[in-house]
Structure formats: C-alpha cells, structure tokens
Design a protein around this ligand. Structure first.
Ligand SMILES: Cc1cc2nc3c(=O)[nH]c(=O)nc-3n(C[C@H](O)[C@H](O)[C@H](O)COP(=O)(O)OP(=O)(O)OC[C@H]3O[C@@H](n4cnc5c(N)ncnc54)[C@H](O)[C@@H]3O)c2cc1C
Ligand code: SF4
Length: 430
C-alpha cells in the first residue's frame, strides 16, 4: 500500500475497536503475506507458455470470456514477441484487461474452458500471459488508443467503477465528450477499494484507470449524483454504473457492538492504509461463505490473526464461493464451521466481543472470538432512482446483482455501443 493521503477522509476509517497486542506481524512479514499471489512470468517463461497453446479455432477460452477476448490471437502475438499487438487484442475488447489478468476467476472462465483440461494437462496460463502483455504497455506507457473526432455529443456517467469507465473509454474513442461522476475520492470502484490485496493493489488499479482518463475523460470525484433526471437536462445520454450498496445486516443481537464490522469496510481499510494500521482480532470469525467472505477470512489470517474461521449456516456443498477460493482459504490455514447459524454476538463487557453464539444440529454453542466480520452479501443501492428512459443505460453490478470485473467491463463496452448508435444513428467514428 502506498501513500494514504490521496484517500481523503473516511476511507474505511474507524475507531480501533479490537485491542492490537504484540501478536501483530512485522511490516516485512505483512509485505510478504500481501505480495502478488500469482507473480508475473519472466519473458522466457511467457514465451515458453505461449508456445504451448494449440491456437484453437472457435477457441473455447474465447467463448468463455464475457468480453470474448481473442485468446489465441493475443497468445500468438506474445509467441512472436509482439507485446504491444498482444495487449491491443486484449484491451480493444476489455478496457480492464490489466485488472482482469490479476483478479478474473479464470478457473471458471477461459482457463477452465481450455482444451488442454480435456487431456488431463494443465490449461494454458491465460491470465499470466494476459498480465505479461498488459503490464508491458502500462509499464512502458504505450498509448494504444486515442480519442475520436469530436461529435459534439455529451454523455454523463455515474460511477467510476469498471462498468462506468469501460463505457467512458469507448465513448471517447467514438468521439463523444464524457464526464464521469464518482462519490469516492478515487476512481476505480471496487478495483481500487475492494479486490483482495494479494490479487490487485490499488496502485495498479489506479494506473489502469489513468490510462482511460488520459483519453480526455472528465472525472469529478467526491460528487454523489442524486438525480438522473437532472443529468438528462444537461447531457445527451446517461450511463449508470453505481455498483452495489452496503453489506446486508444479520438482524441478530450484538451486531452493532464494537469489534463487529462488515467485510467491505474491513477490506477497504486494509487497501487504503499501511497494513499494520488495519485492526485484526486474534480470533476472527467471518459470517458468510461467498467469495467476499473468503477474501475477508484469508486477509484476516494474512494480517496475523491466530485463528480466522468462516461460520456458515449451511453445508460445505452449499458454499456459494468458487471452489478454488475455498482451497486458497484452507491453504492459508483458515477454519470452517458449517451448519452453524449465528444467533447472537456476545459482548466482552468492555467495548468488544467475546464470542458468537450459533445454533447447530446439536443445540446452541458459543464460538469464542474477539472480532466478527459480516460478509453475507451486499444490497442494492436504493438511494439513486434509475428512471426508465431511452437515454438512460445501466450496467455492471447494479444491473446484474453483483458479478465480476469482466462482466462490468463487458456491460460498459456494450452500453457505449448502444449509446453511440442512439447518438449518431450508428455512424462509425474514431
Ligand atoms: C470484496 C469483493 C471482492 C471482489 N473480488 C473480485 C475478484 O477477485 N475478481 C473479480 O473479477 N471481481 C471481484 N469482485 C466483483 C467486482 O469488484 C465487481 O463486479 C465490479 O467492481 C463491478 O463494477 P461496477 O463498475 O459495476 O461497480 P463498482 O466497482 O462498485 O463501482 C461503482 C462506483 O460507483 C460509485 N457510485 C455509487 N453511487 C454513486 C452515485 N450516486 N454518484 C456517483 N458515484 C456513485 C461508487 O463509489 C463506485 O466507485 C469483488 C467484489 C467484492 C465486493
Ligand atoms: S483453448 Fe487453450 S489451447 Fe486452445 S486457444 Fe485457448 S488457451 Fe490455447
């Protein structure tokens, strides 16, 4: 984590509610724990890997990608040393190709579909190859795209997450003027504030965003849009990509005790402060079993919790998280309690928590803990009403109920095309 001043006031900050005794890890250990989980390939390793690809026709890896990146084409360009061309193939269809290379659930998308799986071989390391190409253009500041000839049309975008910024990038390439409104002090949405630190760091997320802004996208941070109708009086079209709202409440006693917090707040604090400044209990309980719960429990463990345990009211087979995420948490030494329904969070009597009471098949039980992280899913953003209107377009998590970066990017790209068609009658430009 780099400088914290850019995060502004209230970036996941809160009063310390969990005592932070001597069990905390050293800064060096914390750096190691949050280092990239999938380190980049060397040039030689990338060439070797690229040459393993069969360059399939109707490649299933491409079909499996929501943005339909031409995987064999970009891998072929890596094999011939053309990293710029390779990155272009990727980023042309996925403006968030950098972050997707680090955080996409490739096990269930492109790599899961690779034909080599059918031969009981390891799939091609598509994500790492994608990272190899996209890192090259980011690090060498190669500008692959430019703004199109001005059309005189103005589009407002609400939310600077992957959906909004994907839409913004393509609209700029088509020549439209774009203003993005963002509530937070920094753009990027959950890429900047939410993705597990060992997958994607905020600095990388922000560098990727800057590349898009450099096309001449106007960004207004610290602005929360309250009325789409008002924007419609000033702009020719509006795209809404506001993501999801707060973590849902458990609705059990003790939920508001100090020492209880939601997963998004916990992760955001970790990503926007030096690691040692994020509170972690000695015995952490995470309620929920989705991918966010896994991110919370693994990061609590990596912050130095002696025990970090998922508590889930259903069975192991019912866990909504990806199987590989579950395996990661197990490898990190996290614990799992299934068929344990939270009933009450117990106060320690001195401003913290001492346990979570759960109902099990055998009756009632208390799981001792000094920190509880709630990760039972986010609700919709209800504050902003999105009118049904031919000039209003919606995409990303707020439209699909919560998916992945790549789905948000695909939505933004598709919306830009529809907006362009509406504004120009389909004239190609840029
Ligand atoms: C903890 C967590 C971990 C995740 N890990 C992964 C992962 O590893 N891999 C993966 O592919 N996906 C992951 N996801 C999902 C991924 O982050 C989202 O699918 C993606 O960010 C959705 O993009 P979006 O643009 O729709 O919304 P967001 O990224 O949420 O961006 C929406 C933006 O809109 C802004 N906004 C909201 N309301 C307003 C308003 N009224 N005015 C102005 N601005 C507003 C918000 O501040 C925010 O910046 C994760 C999600 C979570 C919660
Ligand atoms: S399916 Fe596998 S082998 Fe075939 S093109 Fe895709 S990555 Fe290469």
């Amino acid at each position: 984590m780099s400088s914290e001043c850019r995060w502004g006031q209230g970036a996941g900050s809160r009063e310390r509610s969990v005592p932070q005794p001597e069990f905390r890890l050293s800064d060096e250990q914390l750096e190691r724990n949050f280092a990239d989980i999938a380190p980049p390939l060397t040039t030689d390793a990338a060439l070797l890997e690229a040459n393993q690809c069969l360059f399939c026709h109707d490649a299933p890896c491409t079909i499996a990608c929501p943005t339909h990146i031409d995987v064999p084409a970009f891998i072929k360009k890596i094999a011939t040393g053309n990293l710029r061309g390779s990155a272009r193939v990727i980023l042309e269809v996925n403006p968030f190709g950098h972050s997707c290379a680090r955080a996409c659930p490739v096990e269930v998308l492109c790599e899961g579909a690779c034909v080599l799986n059918d031969r009981d071989e390891q799939p091609i390391k598509i994500a790492l190859l994608q990272r190899h190409a996209t890192d090259y253009v980011l690090e060498h500041k190669v500008k692959l795209f430019k703004a199109g000839k001005p059309t005189g049309k103005r589009v407002a975008i609400v939310g600077a997450g992957p959906a909004g910024l994907s839409c913004a990038r393509n609209l700029r390439i088509m020549g439209h003027a774009v203003t993005v409104f963002e509530s937070r002090s920094q753009p990027g949405g959950l890429n900047t504030y939410g993705i597990a630190e060992y997958k994607l760091k905020a600095d990388v997320a922000l560098a990727e965003v800057q590349d898009i802004l450099d096309l001449g996208v106007e960004l207004k941070t610290g602005v929360t849009i309250e009325s789409i109708d008002q924007l419609l009086t000033q702009y020719d079209a509006v795209f809404v990509g506001v993501g999801l709202g707060n973590t849902k409440k458990l609705g059990i006693p003790g939920e508001d005790l100090p020492g209880v917090l939601d997963a998004i707040t916990f992760i955001e604090h970790l990503k926007t402060h030096p690691y040692r400044e994020t509170d972690v209990g000695r015995h952490v309980v995470v309620i929920g079993a989705g991918n966010t719960a896994i991110d919370a429990v693994t990061q609590a463990k990596r912050l130095g919790a002696a025990a970090a345990t998922i508590v889930y009211r259903r069975s192991e087979a019912d866990m909504p998280c990806y199987h590989y995420e579950y395996e990661l948490a197990k490898r990190d030494g996290c614990g799992f309690r299934f068929q344990a329904a939270p009933q009450r969070i117990i106060s320690n009597g001195s401003g913290g928590v001492s346990g979570l009471e759960v109902r099990t098949d055998g009756g009632s039980e208390t799981i001792p803990c000094d920190m509880v992280i709630v990760a039972i899913g986010q609700g919709p953003r209800e504050a902003l009403k999105i009118p049904e209107h031919p000039k209003v377009f919606v995409g990303g998590d707020c439209a699909n109920g919560g998916a992945e970066i790549v789905n948000a990017a695909a939505d933004g790209v598709a919306a830009a095309k529809r907006i362009h068609e509406m504004l120009t009658g389909g004239d190609a430009n840029g």
